[in-house]
Design a protein around this ligand. Sequence first.
Ligand code: A2P
Length: 345
Amino acid sequence: QSYRVAILGATGAVGAELLELLHSRSFPLADLKLLASERSAGAKLPFGSSMLSVEAVSDRSFDNVDLVLASAGGSTSKFWAPKAVAAGAVVIDNSSAFRMDATVPLVVPEVNPEAVASHRGIIANPNCTTILMAVAVWPLHQVRPVKRIVVATYQSASGAGARAMEEMKAQARAILAGETPKTEIFPYPLAFNLFPHNTAINELGYCEEEMKMVNETRKIFGTEEIKISATCIRVPVLRAHSEAINLEFAEPFSAIEARDILKQAKGVKLVQDWQANYFPMPAEASGKDEVLVGRIRQDISHPCGLEMWLSGDQIRKGAALNAVQIAELLATKKLLQTQRAAVSK
Ligand code: A2P
């Protein structure tokens, strides 16, 4: 069985990675359609050794498409995803548009793969920092439930898209040339700087990105019981995000046991050499599928606390890889056909 797939947002940073992953992981493709805005119509993008043309998304784009991988922003998804579903496709959506919708599964395949079965056409790919944290915390939570998570993120430019990555590089060149850096996508220069994540701030002082980590993690873990507090910071790194995570359990959890659990965990690579002071770094996480986890240590301020540190490729596991893994789950479980059958009834 092979599938007719469309990538909505093919010209973006995540779109490029989706193309690479569908090819390198040999996803069973009957057809691949590349969709973006009118700006990109006619552009060509590489898929393996061939070049494919990009089309402007339109009302007819989803005819005869089984699966849409969407990464073109929230408003684009809100507009096009229901149309794609009505045309019989399943949509795996990378935006935040549907994540907290109770009828939409929010899936990290290492954590809640079973959730895909309940989809009604749309499956949401979680926020990038949430995915990386979920992959690292879930295996510990399985052994002893986590009561509280306090996390600080160090988020790369790639989370704001391909143009943001170019903006940061241009800013670095400008600063090194003694010029004033330009800002268009980011509110402040990111090169040689950092700033709190620039999403809307709520009445409690938390920004949207921070609340995504709180609400999405609870939905993915299937519990409202975990207390979570996040501080999200944009840092001048190109591709991979990092996170400092403090975990509080109901009872003591030894750092050695946690290390041994994470050494075996799906989607995790343990990176910790205490002698060499060698731990996860975003430069080494870039291009890798696994979330690099290390510096797992007892929290000296709390008998039931653990500290750890991770780096993970935001474009890959934080977005495109997670979406392709969901697509693979759907294909393996034969859940792509159901949607088309439901629409044609
Ligand atoms: P385009 O390149 O034509 O603007 P990134 O997250 O890296 O910025 O990428 C965003 C992706 O979403 C791009 O592929 C972009 O296409 C696409 N996109 C943005 N707005 C729209 C829209 N209104 N309709 C379709 N695609 C869009």
